[in-house]
Design a protein. Sequence first.
Length: 364
Amino acid sequence: MTSAESTGAIEVDALVEQFFAARRSMKDSPHTTAAYRRDLAAILSLIDRDRDGHVSVEQFTARVLGDAFGAFAGTHAKASITRCWSTWNQFLTFLVGEGVLAGNAMAAVPRPRRRPGVPKPLQGEDTPEVLLRAATQPRANARNPWPERDLAVLATLLVSGLRSAELLSLTVASMTGSPGERRIRVVGKGGKPRSVPVEDALDDVINSYLASRRVRFPATRIGARSALFVDTRGEPLQRGGLRYLVDQAMRAAGVGDRRSPGALVHALRHTYATRLADDGATASEIMALLGHASLTTSQAYIDSTAVEQRRSAAANRTYRAIDGAGGAESGPVALKASGTAEKGVPFRRDSTDEIRGLLARVRT
C-alpha cells in the first residue's frame, strides 16, 4: 500500500499491538486485555473511514473522538463509557510517549462522572453460612456434581474477597505459608501483587478438593503451576463456568433472592468486605486485603455498615423516654434503645469455624 491513508491504517493496527505489547509488564488479566481490545475496536468502528475503509492516527482529534464517543454513549451504560474513555486515554497517552501524536485529545473529550460504587453484599445475616452448607450436598439436578470443588471455590471467595479474574488466575503454588500463617498470593488489578491471610480450615477444604480432583483425573499430574480450580472436565475453570457455579449454588441454597441485581460472584467479595467492616476493620486494612486502588472505595464498606454511627445514634437519651412511654412490652423500641449491639466475632474466625464443620461433613 502506497497511499497515506493506507499507511495510516497500517500504523493504527500496528500501534494497537505495540500498545498491548508495552502493557505486558502490567500483567493484565485476559479479561482486562479483552475488554481493552473491545473498547479500542468499538470507537474505531465509529470513526469515519476513507474510501479504502481505513482509519489513520491523524483522525484522533478531539472533534472526531468526541463524535465517536457521543455515538458510543447512545447505546452503552455509564460504566462502559467510563471504562472505554479510560482505555482510549491510556492508548493515546502511549502514542504521545512514542512520539506518534503531539498531544492526547482525550482531555477534551467529555466523560461521565462515576458515582462511588455502593457495596452489594449478600443480604441476610446467615446467608454465607447457608450457602456453604448447601454446597456440601450434591445437587439433585446436577449432571456431574462435585461438592468438594464447589465448596472450595465458594469458601475461597468468601474468606478472601478475591475478584473473579484473581480467583481464576490462582495456581496451586498461590497457597503459601506454614500452618497458622497461610496466605493466598494473588496478582490484582494493574498487576499489583498482594497476599491475603487465610486460616488453616480453608487449607483443609482446598486439600480435600485437590484429593477429590486426583481421584477424578488420576492421569493428570497436579503441579505447583497447575490451575488451582478446574471444571468438571479437568480444564482450568473459566469466567462463565465460575458464574454458573455460583449461580447454581445460590439457587440450590435458596438464597438467589438475597443478592442485588447484577451482582453474582462480586457479591461474595462485597460480603467479605462488609463483614470485615462490621467487625471493626479500618479502611486501610480493607484496602490492603481487597487490593483497592483508592481508600474511598474501602471507606464505602464502612459507611455502608455504619456500625459505629448506629451505636452512637442509639445512645441518644431520648430513646429512654420512648422506651418508658412504650412500656416494657415494646420489644423493637426497647432493643433499639439499648444501643449495645454486640460486635460480631471476627469474620475469618467465624467463617473458618463454619468451614471446619462443613469439611467434616464432606469427608463422611
